[in-house]
Design a protein around this ligand. Structure first.
Ligand code: HEC
Length: 101
């Protein structure tokens, strides 16, 4: 399964400037300290996030902003701190998170 995610990621990322996969980016930006792919740790699992916004066309932009600026109140009282990522990285991460099945 991971190999297919990886291949899919490469296909998705091939148009973008970044050579770094979103998974590696998420690791290097410490996202995985609070998030897992499937279940809640401090923040929601990324699959849970994808399920919540499935069919929401504005979700990628909304989540990219949230990743950059942080925020709270959607999943609970716990806040997510702003992340040190560029706009392009935030977009890449948001798109990747929403593509989890
Ligand atoms: C200190 C812990 C922490 C770190 C580090 C963290 N998050 Fe979060 N994240 C949270 C919490 C808590 C929430 C729930 C916020 C809420 O309820 O609005 C959240 C929510 C989210 C959501 C869902 C937002 C929504 O409005 O539904 C996404 C997407 C997300 N995080 C991505 C990331 C990414 C990408 C990174 C790394 C750049 C990251 N997070 C780093 C704690 C964290």
């Amino acid at each position: 399964m991971w190999i297919w995610l990886w291949v899919g990621t490469l296909v998705l990322a091939s148009g973008a400037a970044e050579a770094v996969t979103p998974q590696a980016l998420a690791n290097s930006k410490s996202c995985m300290a609070c998030h897992s792919m499937t279940q809640k740790i401090v923040g929601p699992g990324f699959k849970q996030v994808a399920d919540r916004y499935r069919g929401d066309k504005g979700a990628a932009a909304k989540l990219a902003t949230k990743i950059r600026k942080g925020g709270s109140g959607v999943w609970g009282p716990m806040a997510m701190p702003p992340a040190a990522v560029t706009d392009a990285e935030a977009q890449q991460l948001a798109t990747w998170i929403l593509s989890q099945k």
